[in-house]
Ligand binder design. Structure first.
Ligand code: NDP
Length: 434
């Protein structure tokens, strides 16, 4: 805490992981002797830079850019870029720290990192977004590379932004280095299934969790928060597997649609019109109701999928949901559930899939994109989706088996943290004190 003052989200993420590790450290004193914990929470490199750009009115704007290269014991740093006004070092570090263990859980050779900017894309024109991305990459390019650090998208960064970033990287370096960024468009090195992967993977993880109690997705009423990349595809997959999804949201409020979210309409509004969930309610007609400024967790559900942002699902909300029949929560977003809410869920016997396991399908498919780029290949949708399914089943199995091994059956938080940690710690021991 003293070394990293004022970084509340980073402290929260470290506490969650380290809080699970005492049985591991008892079993493996060599980890403490090699100061693995101390080394893990000190990023290998942190880059903070100025991002100057000119808006459409000709005014010069200044934002702050970040890339935190956290740990490369398993492979090149890998993790997304977030463009949101709330971004500061503490957010980037929490995300980068979580990414280390998430990436380990995927079983792919990728280290952990994260980046972004306090730039607010909301209300900005396409030309402004492009100029911002170009300026951001004009500094970032010297720090990244296929074998060094491979950024992707996150909040506020989708295929459009990755395109502008990749274009500028290519222009500055004069290299068509496809493997330097993931989340690219299909026509220029992107992988099929990458846009869907995080949301789809989260739902596949839920299916596995439910199966441990002989429950089926088909019988579930699902509340989803958010209406971005992760939320849209979580809704789509949950519906494809037979669940009844009744909500979505954004920072202005939520929609409840008892007829089931019309995901095609929602996608059209979000991806084509770049509209809001209130537009969805307006266009959907009487079936849907928009609640301005409300919390989506006011709606009853048996499965909750928080897919928007950190600390969005608190203790009071889960108490209410548990009281009305909640059976499972899986985090599509990173750290959306507060520590007190997680404790309450676990004490109430609700299945809880933490983000570093449940939403790992996105980064896993990014690693599949890197494989395709390295071999100059492009796989079919069905082949890539089968790989994603196998990875999610494997992550679920690893978390469950590790929790059992440490005497904590059904505790996916402990299972994910311990399994991810042990893999990274073993690699760090092998690589020496670096
Ligand atoms: P998007 O930018 O596509 O969507 C974000 C959604 O969350 C929007 O609906 C947005 O509403 C809402 N949101 C964001 N910040 C806030 C806030 N402070 N308060 C209320 N609502 C908010 O991002 P993604 O879908 O890509 O990411 C969502 C979450 O999933 C993040 O936690 C991200 O780290 C995590 N994640 C994403 C992965 C990916 O592959 N994209 C991979 C793994 C995790 P509004 O438009 O009003 O801001």
């Amino acid at each position: 805490y003293r070394r990293n003052p004022g970084e509340a989200e980073f402290h929260q993420a470290v506490d969650e992981v380290f809080g699970c590790l005492s049985p591991v450290l008892e079993k493996h004193p060599e980890f403490a002797e090699a100061a693995i914990l101390e080394r893990l929470c000190e990023p290998e490199r942190q880059i903070i830079f100025r991002v100057p750009w000119v808006d459409d009115a000709g005014q010069v704007r200044i934002n702050r850019g970040f890339r935190v290269e956290f740990n490369s014991a398993l492979g090149p740093y890998k993790g997304g870029l977030r463009f949101h006004p709330s971004v500061y070092l503490g957010i980037v570090k929490f995300l980068g720290f979580e990414q280390i263990f998430k990436n380990a859980l995927t079983g792919m050779p990728i280290g952990g990192g994260k980046g972004g900017s306090d730039f607010d894309p909301r209300g900005r024109s396409n030309a402004e977004i492009m100029r911002f991305c170009q300026s951001f990459m004009t500094e970032l390019y010297r720090h990244i590379g296929e074998y060094t650090d491979v950024p992707a998208g996150d909040i506020g960064v989708g295929t459009r932004e990755i395109g502008y970033l990749f274009g500028q990287y290519k222009r500055i370096t004069n290299r068509y280095e496809s493997g330097v960024l993931t989340g690219k468009g299909r026509g220029w090195g992107g992988s099929l299934v990458r846009p869907e992967a995080t949301g789809y993977g989260t739902v596949l993880f839920v299916r596995e969790m439910l199966a441990t109690r002989n429950l089926r997705l088909e019988d579930q009423r699902v509340a989803v928060s958010g209406s971005g990349n992760v939320a849209l595809h979580a809704i789509e997959k949950a519906q494809a597997l037979g669940a009844h999804v009744v909500t979505c949201s954004d920072s202005t409020g939520y929609v409840v649609d008892e007829g089931g979210i019309d995901v095609r309409l929602l996608k059209e509004i979000k991806e084509q019109q770049r509209g809001r969930v209130s537009d969805y309610a307006a266009q959907r007609g009487r079936a849907a109701r928009f609640v301005a400024d409300g919390s989506v967790w006011e709606v009853d559900a048996t499965v909750a999928l928080p897919c928007a942002t950190q600390n969005e699902l608190g203790e009071a909300a889960v108490k209410r949901l548990v009281g009305s029949g909640l059976v499972a929560v899986a985090e599509g977003a990173n750290m959306p559930t507060t520590p007190a809410a997680i404790t309450h869920l676990q004490n109430s016997g609700v299945l809880f899939g933490p983000g570093k396991a449940a939403n790992a399908g996105g980064v896993a498919t990014s690693a599949l994109e890197m494989q395709q780029n390295a071999s100059r290949d492009a796989w079919s949708f069905s082949h890539t989706e089968r790989r994603l399914e196998a990875i999610m089943t494997d992550i679920h199995q690893r978390c469950a088996a590790t929790a059992d091994e440490y005497g904590l059956p059904g505790n996916y938080v402990a299972g994910a943290n311990i399994a991810g940690f042990v893999q990274v710690a073993d690699a760090m021991l092998s690589l020496g004190v670096i």
